[in-house]
Design a protein around this ligand. Sequence first.
Ligand SMILES: NC(=O)c1ccc[n+]([C@@H]2O[C@H](COP(=O)([O-])OP(=O)(O)OC[C@H]3O[C@@H](n4cnc5c(N)ncnc54)[C@H](OP(=O)(O)O)[C@@H]3O)[C@@H](O)[C@H]2O)c1
Length: 329
Amino acid sequence: MSLPTTRKALIVSAADTSQFELVEREVPQPGPYELLVEVKAVSVNPVDTKVRAKRAGKVLGWDASGVVVARGSEVRRFREGDEVFYAGEITREGTNTSLHLVDERIAGRKPRKLDHLHAASIPLTALTAWEGLYEQLEAKRGGTLLVIGAAGGVGSLAVQMASRVTKMNVIGTASRDTTREWVKKMGAAHVVNHRENLPAQLAALGVKNVDAIFCCVGTDAHFEAMAEVIAPGGRIVSIVEPEQPLPMGKLFGKRASFAWEFMFSKSMHKTPDLVSQQAILDRVADLLDEGVLTSTLTVDAGVLEPAALAEAHRTVASGKMVGKLAFRL
Ligand SMILES: NC(=O)c1ccc[n+]([C@@H]2O[C@H](COP(=O)([O-])OP(=O)(O)OC[C@H]3O[C@@H](n4cnc5c(N)ncnc54)[C@H](OP(=O)(O)O)[C@@H]3O)[C@@H](O)[C@H]2O)c1
């Protein structure tokens, strides 16, 4: 198949970094371990809105679903025509482009039961939820897990994985009727409000301590409450960088541990377990195909174009997302 010589890309406008421009760029050649993917759909994550101001002229977007159209000499796993989904690397160009390069070690097979739009809304949040739960929290069957910010992109999948895959008793947090309902739909046994006293609400449920906590929003704001409700020997993971130094000593008496999850860490540092992200995405694809996990897409944002992408950034930055938003190309 002959490839086009140019591709479309949406870049952050230099004149106003809250806006985007459609440009044409050369089609890059895949390196030895890379796939060139014809991107069919992408999603928007909070990270896009956080890095945007410093990336004028650059392509954002770290979630894609598409079809392999060319590959490097060392690629073994995928061939032209294969459908893949992936998040990519934060240190490289993002996925808001018609043809995109990705290291095959961080791409998984696209779930067969999901179309590209639904598939594109999965990778970044699934990698975060999976690594947070199984690599950092070492989540175990039967325990109780508190998920703070449970209706967001990551929380929605963390709740599903913990309740449906690991059969944990999951308590999620949400502050509005819509998000409360969604969190229950994702599989939480109980929902408490993160804008009210968490320990008191757990006590009212008859829960004194939780075995593990997955904090998706507001590490600083929720730290004291997390320290209070974590069980002795329990584990906490957070995916959000703190704004201030955290009072870690509060966990000492319970010998509770605290870990960070950053899904771009493996690709950023080229860790030896980089390829584990391919295995995670493949496993997630299986679970989606088996119906154990379900799509978290709530907003079909239409075709990717500059004004709609700027609008989507405003929606995602509002902090009120329920599940995920995605675009088709
Ligand atoms: N470390 C990583 O690898 C990684 C990966 C992905 C995301 N992240 C970061 O993690 C955060 C969450 O990402 P996401 O995609 O899940 O976000 P999201 O979809 O934007 O999360 C939205 C949800 O946050 C809830 N929320 C708002 N304020 C809250 C508060 N004060 N306390 C608890 N929950 C609150 C909202 O619930 P209500 O409307 O009910 O209040 C809403 O449903 C972002 O900061 C993102 O950049 C980090």
